[in-house]
Design a protein around this ligand. Structure first.
Ligand code: HEM
Length: 494
């Protein structure tokens, strides 16, 4: 009996080693050695894109990182980014289901976080057709001119009373009001008001929780404890935003019921309700509508205001570049005090180069929005990416790579003047601040116009003085998004 057990054990061992050796070899990308349970967490600091950049210098442009039990891959070269986002775009079109976003079922209903399903495709198509196509953007040009005129008036009031302007807050109010008027025909807030601060808190909260490093996502066993309070914060900000948007929707539904013969509103909400009522399959629901509006609100306000703040920061600490922008604006727009027109954008190449350089130097999403592998995938270099892997595209590292950019650590808009690199198309993989491929930022065409026109309006109509010239104006906050550590407050001068 004893000898039978030995023989059976030996046969089993031989069989297992045969099965294992006959499997295709699955070579994961190289990376730092992971410790049990915590993986590589100790090798990362709070500015995670810096840690990834440092490590990828050692391990290469496709690097394995273990965040607790969440296996991740970091991509740090344009070639690898192209392979992931374009060649295998369908496989890498997923998003990781973050614990914080499960609040209000946002992970299932939000265009930014739901899987790349039919309803996701439909929602993106609606946004493209009715908000972000060239035709829709031309049609809404007047609205943006009006919001920029309000910004100009506000800065003039600050100028008259000798008050400094908090640039991020001013850009935030402008974008928020533009979005709320476009989406709901409602002016959400006023400059310097309590409502602005409340909205800002909500939006910042939403983008912070979407980008936060939550221990519950890395160690599922910790999920129920919510040790960092991220789920609690998510319930607060996502809940408040949902309530606001639902309130706007209910008002509209009631208004439509009470005024069936009144002329229709011309905003996006009206379009969405029409589409929803005309779609009887039931798969496009009120919940989808609410969460889409939440995404558009949150996606626009924070990223655009953070970038505007970086643009103004770089121009304030580089006075010779500021003088060039001013000179160009003067030659195209003239001396008169006014909002610059979008039709003049094509004649402002230096301003366009400044905006590109800021997005290379300070992309608000240095790691874009992480993707997820929806199935196993073998890559060109022979590396294997298992289903469920989280994929970080390190746009920050690509933007600072000295083999791609000359003097990558200095701010030189001139580098873009003789390069034909597109800002929003996502096809030049050395420069993808809006992402690329299937999940590329749908709002990029609007952001493009807003960033240029807001900067042009601020620079053309005023001179500016830093309140605290000695401060380190490039200091960044810890964690994500990539924004200034302290707000930029500057004095407008006529
Ligand atoms: C400076 C401004 C902006 C930057 C840098 C930015 C950047 C990004 C990035 C990097 C992504 C992820 C792309 C990917 O996975 O490949 C994204 C997604 C998204 N952005 Fe933007 N964005 C900006 C403005 C806007 C605006 C103005 C809107 C809407 C009005 C918007 C709405 C969205 C939405 C809804 C998604 C999710 C798309 C999806 O997952 O299918 N963003 N954005």
């Amino acid at each position: 009996m004893e000898s039978f057990v030995y023989v059976a054990g030996a046969v089993l061992l031989i069989l297992m080693s045969f099965i294992l050796s006959s499997r295709p070899r699955r070579k994961l990308p190289p990376g730092p050695y992971p410790l049990p349970i915590i993986g590589n967490m100790l090798q990362l600091d709070r500015k995670i894109h810096y840690s990834f950049t440092k490590l990828s210098k050692q391990y290469g442009p496709l690097m394995s990182i273990h965040l607790g039990s969440l296996y991740s891959v970091v991509v740090s070269s344009p070639e690898m980014a192209k392979e992931i986002l374009q060649k295998h775009g369908q496989v890498f079109s997923g998003r990781i289901m973050l614990q914080a976003l499960q609040v209000c079922d946002h992970d299932k209903l939000s265009i930014g976080f739901m899987p790349a399903s039919n309803i996701w495709r439909e929602l993106r198509k609606i946004c493209k057709e009715h908000l972000f196509s060239h035709k829709s953007l031309e049609a809404s040009n007047g609205l943006r001119q009006w919001k920029l005129q309000q910004l100009l008036d506000y800065v003039q009031r600050c100028c008259d009373s000798g008050r400094a302007v908090n640039i991020r807050e001013a850009a935030f109010t402008t974008t928020l009001n533009l979005m709320s008027t476009t989406l709901f025909s409602i002016e959400a807030t006023e400059f310097d008001s309590e409502v602005t601060r409340e909205f800002k808190e909500i939006m910042e909260g939403v983008s912070n929780i979407a980008l936060a490093s939550n221990l519950g996502d890395f160690f599922p066993i910790l999920k129920p404890f919510d040790l960092q309070g991220i789920k609690r914060k998510a319930e607060g900000c996502l809940g408040k935003l949902r309530d606001k948007v639902e309130g706007y929707l209910n008002q509209r539904l009631e208004w439509r019921k009470a005024n069936p013969d009144a002329p229709k509103k011309t905003d996006f909400l009206e379009t969405l309700v029409d589409i929803m009522e005309a779609t009887d399959s039931g798969h496009f629901t009120t919940d989808h509508l609410i969460h889409l509006l939440m995404d558009l609100f949150a996606g626009a306000a924070d990223s655009t205001s953070i970038t505007t703040e970086w643009i103004m920061t770089e121009l304030m600490i580089n006075p010779e570049k500021l003088a060039k922008v001013k000179e160009e604006l003067k030659s195209v727009v003239g001396d008169k005090k006014k909002v610059v027109e979008e039709s003049q954008m094509a004649r402002l190449p230096y301003l366009q180069a400044v905006v590109k350089e800021v997005l290379r130097y300070h992309p608000p999403g240095p790691l874009l929005l992480p993707r997820k592998a929806e199935s196993d995938q073998q890559l060109n270099g022979g590396y294997f990416i298992p289903k469920g892997t989280q994929i970080f595209i390190n746009a920050w590292a690509i933007g600072r790579d000295p083999t791609i950019w000359k003097n990558p650590d200095s701010f030189e808009p001139e580098r873009f003047l003789d390069k034909n690199i597109d800002l929003i198309g996502g096809q030049d993989y050395e420069f993808i601040p809006f992402g690329s491929g299937r999940r590329i930022c749908p709002g990029a065409p609007l952001a493009n116009r807003m960033l240029h026109m807001t900067t042009a309006t601020l620079i053309h109509n005023f001179d500016w003085k830093l309140e605290d010239a000695a401060a380190d104006h490039r200091a960044e906050q810890n964690g994500m998004p990539h924004c200034r550590a302290a707000p930029l407050t500057i004095l407008p001068i006529n």
